[in-house]
Design a protein around this ligand. Structure first.
Ligand SMILES: NC(=O)CC[C@H](N)C(=O)O
Length: 357
């Protein structure tokens, strides 16, 4: 049956609705440019409430397996592709793309002119949209403003691994591969809810803290900034994506929305420390405003080569490292794996000096 993607600027695109739709589905329409990695994208909690348009025209070739999930369930609101492979040609494939989405009641709209959709978003920015069986849509769309992080963060503490370096991972919607990047480096990790007070973190006696990625506008978390500031002031910190944006806000910097975001696996980033360009995996719609950092103790270390935006910061005095991109690289190139090594070094140095006990 026909289905429609309606954008809030009034443009509509027809396609074939492959899954059942109980009522219209709304979300922010964003695009992902990677040729592979759709399973990680579907299950990354940072995509919560977003309608994802894949720019590569054939998605689903290798199906969905049991290992590459970034969380226990998909978080995207709906999926728009040109062609969805009805099979999954891989010995580990457990479901086809359609079967997997059907299982979770997530709409799949195929045979949409995805190039035309992306042109709209690139010209006018990521915007609200709706998947519907009706050829016309009513405006305005009722959308968002609830706190998305609350919906994806853990409720209780969860402990993983038995390693000798203890990291508290503050969960704003973490990807499993971030946890795995720590576990494979002999860390013990305690995952805690996004709003865990500093006093509770202190009782856990971590060697370092990791502020995770997560969905939504970082400014939705203004009420948490004082607590986040107290935590990162006391422990070696690695902050990824939403976590990085929160570090900037906690020190008095500002964030703003990018016109159409960075979502893909080949975003070039310049490292001013190593004087090298790395290819990175990314998924974000907001960004730290470079000029807002002038009055903070933070300096820019990484910059996006395409648009010059801030991709990572270091604190001038404290062991705090933050990156806008995804060093865990799922999906994506492993160029920036060294970020986790640097985090381990920061924790080791702090232990030696006994600065942060
Ligand atoms: N992956 C993330 O953590 C995304 C951060 C934030 N939600 C953004 O879109 O910018």
């Amino acid at each position: 049956m026909n289905g429609y993607l309606h954008l809030s600027n009034g443009k509509s695109f027809v396609g074939k609705l492959e899954t059942a739709l109980d009522g219209d589905v709304s979300g922010e329409v964003v695009f992902f440019t990677g040729m592979t990695g759709y399973q990680e994208v579907l299950t990354d909690p940072s995509y919560k409430q977003q309608i994802i348009v894949f720019t590569y025209p054939l998605i689903g070739n290798y199906g969905i397996n049991e290992h590459d999930f970034e969380s226990k369930q998909p978080h995207v609101q709906a999926v728009v592709v040109y062609e969805a492979n009805p099979n999954g040609y891989h010995y580990e494939a457990k479901y086809s793309l359609k079967q997997y989405l059907q299982k979770w009641n997530i709409p799949l709209l195929t045979h949409v002119d995805t190039r035309a959709v992306v042109k709209q978003i690139r010209d006018q920015g990521a915007m609200p949209g709706k998947i519907s069986t009706q050829p016309t849509a009513t405006f305005p769309f009722e959308n968002e403003p609830e706190l998305l992080v609350k919906q994806v963060s853990v409720v209780n503490h969860e402990t993983y691994g038995t390693g000798d370096t203890h990291v508290v991972l503050i969960d704003f919607g973490y990807k499993k591969s971030i946890l795995h990047s720590l576990l494979k480096r002999n860390c013990k990790v305690t995952v805690v809810p996004y709003n865990t007070p500093f006093s509770v973190i202190r009782q856990l006696e971590p060697n370092g803290v990791l502020l995770s990625n997560g969905p939504g506008n970082p400014k939705q978390l203004v009420h948490e900034l004082e607590n986040i500031r107290a935590i990162i002031d006391h422990y070696p910190t690695l902050a990824i994506c939403l976590g990085h944006q929160l570090v900037a806000l906690a020190y008095g910097g500002n964030t703003k929305k990018l016109p159409f975001g960075h979502r893909g696996a080949n975003q070039p980033v310049y490292d001013a420390l190593k004087k090298k360009v790395f290819m990175t995996s990314q998924n974000h719609g907001y960004v730290v405003e470079a000029s807002s950092l002038a009055k903070t103790p933070l300096s820019i270390r990484f910059t996006n080569v395409n648009d010059g935006s801030v991709e990572g910061m270091i604190h001038q005095m404290k062991p705090i490292l933050s990156v806008q991109y995804h060093p865990e690289a799922h999906p994506g190139p492993n160029d920036t794996d060294m970020i986790f090594e640097e985090f381990l070094e920061m924790m080791k140095a702090a232990r030696k000096e006994k600065v942060y006990a």
